[in-house]
Design a protein around this ligand. Structure first.
Ligand SMILES: [Zn+2]
Length: 307
């Protein structure tokens, strides 16, 4: 088994059962999200994860957005307990008394730093494997249960509110942009969930094992231009059709009918050619309020589609 698969599995199977109080089960996933966030922002750039102000602040921010509101999060708890997962190790201070730190300040005094398995740290340097690991983590602690979709959407809404309020205070485009790595992972999760893990174009579903998924959450209006990760700006598409949609090989009209570029030349001896989907209806979510936005589709037809 390759390392990416091993760590995706470990992320999906975090042991949160020893959480003593209700609502603490997200401690470990949120610590991992925070670390990935800081790695992607280049705040953590070597494999020595210290109890820094940035880590404390990031953990607390995620706890506020996705943690339990009935229980205050504390970095000290998962920073210590993540050791039991086998990929997170602690370098303790020489005078550490052996007692589990009960506060983040105590934690600071007890550990020099944490470090990840070298193989995992390397995977997290790479955009694609980082994305897959994030999807595994987020997929696992927000399982595909219909009534949980709203909570995922709520998470994304909270990210947006937070970013709007942040950008109105100080202009930090770089920070906001980098932070979207986590937000977009929630976007993908929400889109794939409302479409039942099915490609809206061709209907492909592949049963996932460890939250790896052949179907993606695609932005209709590109994220790099509009920063819009609301559910209405998304369609679930398999990798091929995501790629084709981003390049304007096909688009969707305001009756949700597929329109395919006339310039396409393809040979597809074993699968239905893209051209044959012209005029077919996009496969939509069961719930109408999650349908793609007509205005976003219109924008895609005028700006991306190559008729
Ligand atoms: Zn497809």
């Amino acid at each position: 088994m390759d390392n990416l698969k091993i760590y995706s599995q470990k992320f999906s199977n975090l042991n949160v059962s020893n959480s003593k109080k209700r609502g603490t089960a997200l401690h470990k996933p949120i610590l991992i999200l925070s670390v990935i966030d800081l790695i992607s922002r280049d705040v953590i750039n070597d494999n020595e994860i210290r109890v820094s102000d940035e880590l404390i602040e990031t953990f607390e921010k995620y706890w506020q957005i996705i943690g339990s509101h009935s229980y205050t999060g504390g970095l000290h708890y998962p920073f210590f307990h993540l050791q039991s997962e086998g990929f997170w190790h602690l370098e303790l201070k020489p005078d550490f008394n052996g007692l589990q730190p009960k506060t983040t300040n105590r934690l600071k005094k007890s550990v020099e730093y944490a470090y990840l398995d070298v193989e995992l740290f390397e995977l997290l340097q790479d955009d694609l494997s980082r994305k897959e690991l994030l999807d595994a983590l987020i997929g696992a602690f927000f399982p595909d249960i219909d009534n949980q979709i709203d909570s995922i959407l709520q998470v994304n809404q909270n990210f947006e509110d937070e970013e709007i309020s942040k950008s109105s205070i100080i202009n930090q485009p770089k920070y906001t942009l980098k932070k979207t790595i986590i937000r977009n992972a929630f976007f993908r999760k929400a889109i794939v969930s409302v479409y039942g893990c099915q490609c809206a174009f061709c209907g492909l579903i592949v049963n996932k094992t460890i939250n790896q998924n052949i179907v993606d959450g695609a932005h209709i209006k590109p994220f790099s231009q509009f920063y819009d990760s609301r559910i209405h700006n998304g369609i679930a598409l398999c990798k091929n059709h995501h790629w084709a949609f981003d390049r304007g090989w096909f688009s969707v009209d305001d009756k949700y009918k597929i329109i395919v570029s006339k310039e396409l030349e393809e040979v597809s001896p074993h699968a239905k050619p893209i051209k044959d989907f012209h005029g077919e209806k996009l496969i939509l979510p069961k719930i109408e309020k999650y349908f793609p936005d007509i205005e976003a589709l219109e924008w895609h037809r005028h700006n991306i589609f190559q008729p």
